[in-house]
Design a protein. Sequence first.
Length: 248
Amino acid sequence: MNSKFIIDSNASILSAMQKIDVNKESFLLCINKGGLLDGTLTDGDIRRYIVKSKNLDANVADVMSKNFESLDTDDTFRDIAEKFKSRKIQFLPILKNKKLKNILTKKQFHIMLLEDMKIDLLKDFSLYDEKNLEHEIYNKPWGFYKSTLFTELAQSKVITVFPNEELSLQEHKKREEHWVIIKGKAKVVLGDSELLLNAGKYVYIPKGVKHQIVNLSKNENLIFAEVQLGEYFGEDDIIRYKDKYNRI
C-alpha cells in the first residue's frame, strides 16, 4: 500500500495539502495512532473548510470526513461495482477489522475490467498503468474506436465510422476478427465477396482474408463491435492493400 495516500489524523492541513499535491489523486486516508482508519480527506474538503472557517492552523482530524464508503478484503466484484456506481466515489479504502489494508481507485477498477484481471483486493494497484485507460479511445482518420477489453489472447472494441468514410482494405496474419453491426448500414468486403449489412448482422473474418468496412450513409455514423482473437494484436499485423488516407 502506497504511503503517499496516508496521513496521521493529527497532522496539519498544510502537510495534508502538500501530500495531496505529491500523490496527484486529490485524496488522503487518515489513520490514528492505533492504525485504524479515522476518515478520508479530499482537496475539496480542505478548500471548503478554509473558505468557511478562514483557519489555516487546523489539524486533519478537524477537516476529514468520518462518513465514508469502504470495502472489506473479502468483498466481491458485485460489492465493488455497486459502490463505484456513485459518481461521488472515486476511491475506496479496503479494510480488515477496521485496519487499512489497501486502496482502490475507480480508475484502477476500470483497468482491472479492461484487462480482464482477477479481483484481488490485496494486490498492489499502484502498479497498474493508467495510460492504458487514458488511451482506450483512439482517434482515426475515418472516425474513432473505444477499447473494451485488452488481454493477451483477445481484444474487443466499439468502432465508429463517420459518414462516407471507410477503413482500409487489409488483412491480418495473426488474428481473426468478428464484427457485429450496432448502428447504420455498412458495405463489407470479405475476400472476393461484398456484403450489405445493417444493425444486428454479423460477419466472421478469418486470418489471412482481405477485408474492409465502408459506411454507406451520408449523414449517419456507422457503429460496430469488433472482437479480435489470436496471438498478436499489434499495428504491424495490419497489411493494407488500399487506403483512402494514404497509409499504405
